[in-house]
Design a protein around this ligand. Structure first.
Ligand code: AMP
Ligand code: MG
Length: 422
């Protein structure tokens, strides 16, 4: 890391020294992560959201038959009038699933419906609105084009071609494509297994009565929610006390059973931060001061063969660091080709935003779309890293870059929507 990758830590919070830029932290993490090995066979519906591990080659053409794109009349384009009118005999009907099995000769046409197979001898469809039908004859004016309104067999997917390649994410369109080539089972990459736990002597579980100085463990619930929305299997290892033995034991268990470990708390510089103490000795974990707010202290590295993310303890910091750094890494671990920072868009801020240059800030905002289609955002008020209700009231992060200072009302800002997106 060179100096240009360090951001000034002018907003001192007890962590002396330069901080790592968020984009540098993400690049370092992504460069370390390789997709998990191993795959499994699933039926098509169960494979929704999964990553294909082998190419799917189509055994058939899609469409299977050359067919009509319109309701109308099928005929040979060579017989169309170049001027005036021409009358054709209507010799039959071709409906979807019920083709006309006889050839269409000169001066003849066939009534045809959308999706119905084109009869032999016909290569053109004239839409019914342009045809004057009288009994068994159809009259057509000049101006129609030979070959029009016909979908060719195999124009979507040709027999023998790769319908979907390994690495494709199976979203609804992909499930439909696989069904359209008659594939009912697919090979998909196995899901990464992610172990997660909270650290802290102050934590008590929901359903317990908090003792003096205790707080409920909320981070394990936000982590559960965020992880469940990803393509991973979960292993909840509960709450770990601030004791070296307890911390060591849970890391050994997590590393033996999971591909990745996500913890909250215990990575700052407090006296009881045994996560730092326990892992520092291994040398395989880095303790970063990331120049982001909320966030900042973050551990990243390996425990055994498992990737490890030690997130800060503050509830909003957990969510912000998860979305900016952990989610892209877990997407890459799952083999998703789209692994990277969350999607963003531009909005006009309707509220002035406080900001000091130094760190990249993720203020919580409420994004709305006006009647003119333009997006407006307003911040949710108090932005402390312990104010979890700001994540609930908000539907987006307002992303303020490192070097940016205060933002006036009416300025354009970058936002990352998170409600329903992440
Ligand atoms: P730490 O990083 O362990 O010093 O924690 C920073 C702050 O986050 C402290 O105020 C903790 O009480 C709080 N915190 C840590 N873990 C949790 C948790 N699991 N749920 C809610 N708050 C927590
Ligand atoms: Mg703690």
């Amino acid at each position: 890391m060179n100096d240009k990758n360090r951001a000034d830590s002018c907003c001192s919070d007890g962590h002396a020294g330069p901080a790592l830029r968020l984009d540098e932290a993400l690049a370092t993490i992504l460069a370390t992560v390789a997709p998990v090995d191993g795959d499994e066979t699933l039926n098509l519906r169960a494979a929704l959201g999964r990553v294909l591990s082998a190419d799917v080659v189509s055994r058939i053409d899609v469409p299977a038959h050359t067919n009509s794109a319109m309701d109308g009349y099928a005929l040979a384009g060579s017989g169309l009038p170049s001027e005036g009118l021409c009358t054709f005999d209507v010799v039959g009907t071709s409906a979807a699933g019920r083709p006309w099995d006889h050839p269409v000769g000169d001066g003849q046409c066939v009534r045809i419906m959308t999706g119905a197979a084109m009869p032999d001898g016909a290569d053109t469809v004239v839409m019914q609105e342009n045809v004057e039908r009288s009994g068994d004859t159809a009259t057509i004016r000049a101006g129609e084009l030979p070959g029009q309104h016909v979908r060719q067999a195999g124009e979507d997917i040709a027999a023998g071609a790769v319908a979907l390649s390994a690495g494709s994410v199976l979203d609804p369109a992909e499930l439909g494509m696989l069904a359209s080539v008659g594939v009912g089972e697919v090979r998909v990459r196995r899901r990464p297994r992610v172990a997660f736990f909270s650290t802290g002597d102050e934590l008590c579980g929901v359903g317990e009565v908090p003792g003096k100085g205790q707080i409920y463990d909320s981070n394990r619930y936000t982590l559960y929610g965020m992880l469940t929305r990803l393509d991973v299997d979960l292993l909840d290892l509960g709450v770990v006390r601030d004791e070296p033995d307890a911390v060591e034991t849970v890391f050994a268990e997590a590393a033996a059973r999971a591909d990745a470990i996500v913890s909250s708390g215990g990575v700052s510089v407090g006296d009881a931060d045994y996560v730092t103490d326990t892992l520092e000795r291994s040398g395989a974990v880095n303790f970063w001061k990331v120049a982001m707010k909320p966030g900042r202290p973050l551990a990243f590295g390996r425990v055994g063969d498992a990737l490890f993310f030690g997130l800060p303890g503050n509830p909003v910091s957990v969510m912000a660091t998860f979305y900016q750094l952990v989610q892209p890494a877990l997407d890459k671990l799952a083999g998703r080709p789209d692994a990277g920072p969350p999607m963003s868009l531009t909005a006009v801020t309707a509220t002035a935003l406080k900001k000091r240059p130094g760190r990249r800030e993720f203020q919580r905002g409420v994004l709305t779309r006006g009647d003119d289609g333009r997006y407006t955002v307003r911040h949710t008020g108090e932005q402390g890293s312990g104010i979890l209700s700001s994540m609930s009231r908000g539907n987006c992060f307002i992303v303020l870059p490192e070097d940016c200072g205060p933002v006036a009302e009416g300025q354009e800002v970058t936002v990352q929507p998170f409600r329903g997106f992440v």
